[in-house]
Design a protein around this ligand. Sequence first.
Ligand code: CP
Length: 328
Amino acid sequence: MSFKGQHILSVKQFDRDNIQYIFDIARKMAPYASRKKRTRVLDGAILGNLFFEPSTRTRVSFGCAFNLLGGEVRETTGMESSALSKGESLYDTARVISSYSDVIAMRHPQAGSVAEFAEGSRVPVLNGGDGANEHPTQALLDLFTIERELQASGQSIDGMHIAMVGDLKFGRTVHSLSKLLALYKNLQITLISPQELAMPDEVVSALDNAGHRLTISDKLEGNLNADIVYQTRIQEERFPSKAEANQYRGKFRLNQEIYTRHCKSNTVIMHPLPRDSRQEANELDNDLNLNPNLAIFRQADNGILVRMALFALTLGVQDLVQDYECAV
Ligand code: CP
């Protein structure tokens, strides 16, 4: 199985075998991510880290993952600081940056833009989120987290019950995660959102065609008795106006009191982050921070492992990481 030279643009390119292979490599990255060991396997390699839309975790974890493998990072943030704002095409930008870099990670506000960029690139391109379309590396780290969290209680992904909550229309992480979940067996999936922010039909069909048991609801109460509750933020940046987004803020708050009343005692809480902590939204209350089943920071940590694995695989060095170990 080889990912060398491949773009990572959509979760549709994965099957269960290659997901498990990526996870095997990700697990092997743990001692390097925790600085117990050090490797220079990507010494001399350059990551072009292009983020044309705000990001904290994805941008920084792509950069850290590359540094942890011994490579260097050059990045640009924001459309206004790039020549795209002068009318340069994605194709031209890709031609130029791909001659400066060995691999590129990119986020852009338009659906399909990262795939368009990849057509002009001579090196692998990893999609860090393209509009409301996909966020494949997030979906992989989400699935990696689900597998780890469930394993702790002797469960597996097959047969689990997951509830996805919030803005399922514009939330690209739930689109990508759902497409991966369609590869698994016998899931119970509860989709909770305002009707106007429902999961796109194409994604619901993929889950339906996989034979999963689906419940679609606009109510939180009575629907949280799941193994995993995956909460999301109202994606204000994808609404025509802030006022329109405000109509939906705060509708599906999860806090310790609701957790105690409606979730199982071991329901794992996930969120791709950022969570919107403003009082009017507060979809995941700080009073859950001491709940041991709140997995949101373990989830973000797992992003380093999965992104290290993806760099190693797309650059074809996954079997050389140990050979290039050096003193810590
Ligand atoms: N989960 C995620 O994509 O976070 P950022 O927007 O901070 O990158």
